[in-house]
Design a protein around this ligand. Structure first.
Ligand code: ADP
Ligand code: MG
Length: 213
């Protein structure tokens, strides 16, 4: 099984829809340890992204993802816009001119995205950020693909690891982003960015499960 450019479009549409549904929840998480705008920020960004999708509908996967990245960088205020924007841009660079992706190509694209976020955010795992959900998700995907799992099973394991990583942010002390201003008071709250990262991973699984049926 391969992920096609059409599936990537479907994935972005699904992310947009799920973010809209969870906008208030994401914002509520950000009100506890940030400035209560994470859901609003991402919803604004993806609403603009969705309005641009028809213009890239017949393009290669790299072009689609780069359009998502540049749109997020230019429309989402706050930390998450440049960070998710960089992630999509890097994934787009890793998939330039491609119309289909196999499991290893997806792993390479996600590794590039993760590295992009870490470089831009000067962040590592354990700092209570989106990295704490994305990192374990990429690791699990890579391990499952190396073990020969099919796409759906590998992505299920990846989403499960991502969810575990998201929940593991609750007891963490934030040392990056706005939540770090709270110091010890950041402990006991789930990170909004780790939560949106899990939501995005779930959207990819949802699309790939749909292809498989
Ligand atoms: P802002 O904090 O500027 O209001 P958002 O609320 O949209 O931006 O996004 C906050 C999320 O961004 C956090 O929950 C965290 O996951 C993520 N984040 C913030 N700073 C960093 C960083 N340096 N590296 C990785 N992720 C970060
Ligand atoms: Mg915020």
């Amino acid at each position: 099984m391969q992920i096609t450019a059409e599936h990537v479009i479907k994935f972005i549409e699904t992310v947009g829809a799920r973010i809209k549904e969870q906008r208030d929840y994401l914002t509520q998480l950000d009100s506890a340890i940030g400035d209560a705008d994470h859901g609003v920020n991402l919803d604004r960004g993806f609403t603009t992204v969705l309005s641009k999708l028809t213009s890239v509908a017949d393009k290669d996967i790299g072009s689609i993802l780069k359009t998502v990245g540049t749109t997020l960088v230019s429309t989402v205020g706050g930390a998450s816009g440049p960070l998710y924007g960089t992630a999509f841009l890097r994934a787009g660079m890793a998939t330039a001119d491609r119309f289909e992706l196999g499991p290893d190509d997806l792993v390479a694209a996600l590794e590039a995205a993760l590295e992009g976020i870490q470089t831009r955010g000067k962040s590592t795992r354990g700092e209570k950020t989106m990295i704490d959900a994305i990192g374990p998700g990429v690791d699990a995907l890579k391990a499952a693909c190396a073990a020969g799992d099919d796409f759906v099973n590998a992505l299920r394991k990846s989403v499960a690891a991502c969810e575990e990583g998201m929940k593991a942010t609750i007891p963490m002390l934030a040392t990056k982003g706005r939540a770090s201003y709270l110091g010890e008071r950041s402990i006991g709250h789930q990170d909004p960015g780790a939560t949106s990262a899990h939501l995005i991973a779930r959207a990819l699984l949802e699309v790939v499960e749909g292809i498989h049926q």
